[in-house]
Write a protein that binds this ligand. Structure first.
Ligand SMILES: [Zn+2]
Length: 155
């Protein structure tokens, strides 16, 4: 199984490849910036290995890593959190739930109103590609590591 450092190194080392491909495909500047931020942010902070109580990804959250404890309880390691489709969705929805709790607390305690509106579709798609691509690379590396380990075990 690849370590968290191997995952992060691989994901960040391939980032220039993806952004260069985006430039050649004519992706707009705004979308490239959002993609790069989402990709780097997901590599650092939204790894599928947040399903482990003690992982590089969870340690990067510092004292806020306690926020991911319910996630580690809800998702077993390499289960739904490592799904190509549902893995990133579980983490984004979980963060959205936490943000909604903070918003509700601010609203109830201080009466603060935080308005929001739907962002344009281009940056939203770029954001989703950024977090889904890091998830795909992570899961592929995990599966390659497992296959390599099994092959070494047989020889
Ligand atoms: Zn993993």
């Amino acid at each position: 199984m690849p370590s968290g450092k191997v995952h992060l190194s691989f994901e960040l080392a391939t980032l220039p490849l993806w952004t260069t491909a985006g430039v050649f495909l004519g992706v707009g500047w705004d979308e490239l910036v959002v993609f790069t931020a989402a990709y780097a942010g997901a590599s650092l902070l939204l790894s599928p290995d947040l399903d482990l109580a003690d992982s590089d990804a969870s340690r990067r959250w510092g004292p806020l890593r306690i926020l991911w404890w319910p996630y580690t309880v809800a998702f077993k390691h390499r289960g739904l959190s490592h799904s190509l489709v549902f893995g990133p969705l579980t983490r984004v929805l979980y963060l959205g739930f936490l943000a909604a709790c903070v918003w509700a607390a601010l609203y109830l305690a201080l009466g603060l109103r935080v308005g929001w509106r739907l962002p344009p579709p281009g940056p939203v798609i770029a954001f989703l590609i950024g977090i889904y691509l890091t998830n795909l690379l992570h899961v592929l590396l995990d599966r390659l590591g497992s296959a390599f380990g099994r092959a070494r075990g047989r020889s």
